[in-house]
Design a binder for this molecule. Structure first.
Ligand code: BT5
Length: 328
């Protein structure tokens, strides 16, 4: 698309300016067409200044994801090989499940600027104001059904490592699907699956990250336990860069999971904030308290209860009990 090419040229110009003549020549279009594309970019929220004898330059960059920018320099083979970008959808996970059942390839990424019915686990909601990241990738792992929880752990590693690298913020994983910064939730993952008794057909790995939204866009009860990367880093975060890094990490960590599960679990252990802590895990029928000792080969949390017995917990919500943190 010409608009994306124009943006690329303007962004890579050292002085910031590129003349209408140069743009017209490089794109093989007339100067009138260049001008028309500039007006179209302004309608999308870009600020464009035209200075006689210097040319055009960008003065305001809107915080909008663009498909071409996401693809540019991504350099992945699988993750993001197809990118579908929506300004609004009910839930990218619902979309991903639907598209996967119709044959979408592994690595297809469904991304939305906002969700009207963002989903958490167990019918809970994921609040999805603009300015953050909401996306799902289609996966078709050749692994038995009981190993599917490892996909969530793999995704958590990819997200936590990407946040550390691109935002310089010490993100940590709370088992099973939360990413925390300073004890507050900045990201959540939702893995949905279609399977036969012994075989996974496809998975939608959904990732929500609070990036640039103002905290008061979140309802009070959520705000108390949540934060955003911009708040933690003290600056606006480039969502495209973060998204690209998560996709790159998903590509590499998915391969690690499929070829050397123990290596993936080692990285998970290094990034997690649950193991070694005294925790309470509330499941559907009971709440267990104990020392989180580790993770097993099916992604279950290994918990030593106060009576010395050991339980492998497959799902639940973890509360890290305060006052016992020296156990880490
Ligand atoms: C999760 O569930 O954390 C999974 C979140 C997955 C969201 C992504 S966005 C893209 C894809 N499409 C979807 O529809 N979903 C996925 P859970 O562990 O059940 O946590 C849900 C709880 O987190 C809620 O009950 C709230 O307490 C809290 N919460 C909701 N919105 C939040 C937000 N934006 N930031 C932090 N916490 C939030």
């Amino acid at each position: 698309m010409y608009k994306d090419k124009i943006l690329k040229l303007l962004k890579s110009s050292k002085s910031g300016f590129v003349s209408g003549e140069e743009l017209a020549m490089k794109l093989g279009i007339s100067r009138t067409m260049v001008w028309k594309h500039m007006r179209a970019l302004e309608r999308e929220g870009f600020g464009i200044e035209a200075v006689p004898s210097q040319g055009y330059r960008i003065t305001v960059l809107p915080d909008l994801l663009r498909q071409a920018e996401i693809k540019q320099g991504l350099k992945t083979r699988v993750m993001g090989r197809e990118v579908h970008l929506y300004s609004e959808t009910a839930s990218t996970n619902s979309l991903a499940m639907e598209m996967a059942s119709k044959g979408a390839p592994e690595g297809a990424a469904l991304i939305a600027e906002t969700q009207t019915n963002g989903k958490g686990r167990l019918g809970r909601k994921w609040i999805s104001p603009k300015g953050n990241l909401y996306f799902s990738v289609v996966l078709r792992p050749n692994m038995p059904t009981h190993k599917a929880p490892l996909i969530t752990l793999m995704g958590a590693v990819a997200v936590a490592a990407a946040i550390r690298k691109t935002c310089g913020v010490q993100a940590a994983i709370k088992w099973p699907n939360d990413i925390l910064v300073s004890g507050k939730k900045v990201s959540g993952l939702l893995t949905e699956m279609s399977a036969e008794p012994d075989r996974i057909r496809h998975i939608a790995l959904g990732i929500g990250v609070n990036v640039n939204t103002a905290l008061d866009e979140l309802p009070l009860d959520v705000r108390e336990c949540a934060t955003t990367l911009a708040a933690a880093a003290g600056k606006k975060i480039d969502r495209t860069m973060l998204l690209q890094q998560i996709l790159r990490n998903l590509e590499s960590r998915y391969q690690v999971l499929l070829t050397s599960e123990s290596d993936l679990l080692k990285e998970w252990e290094a990034l997690n904030t649950t193991v070694g802590r005294k925790v309470a895990v509330s499941g559907l029928s009971e709440t267990l308290e104990g020392l989180a000792q580790g993770i097993d080969s099916e992604g279950r949390l290994v918990l030593r209860l106060d009576d010395g017995s050991v339980r492998h917990v497959a799902a639940g919500d973890v509360t890290i009990l305060k006052g016992r943190q020296s156990e880490k």
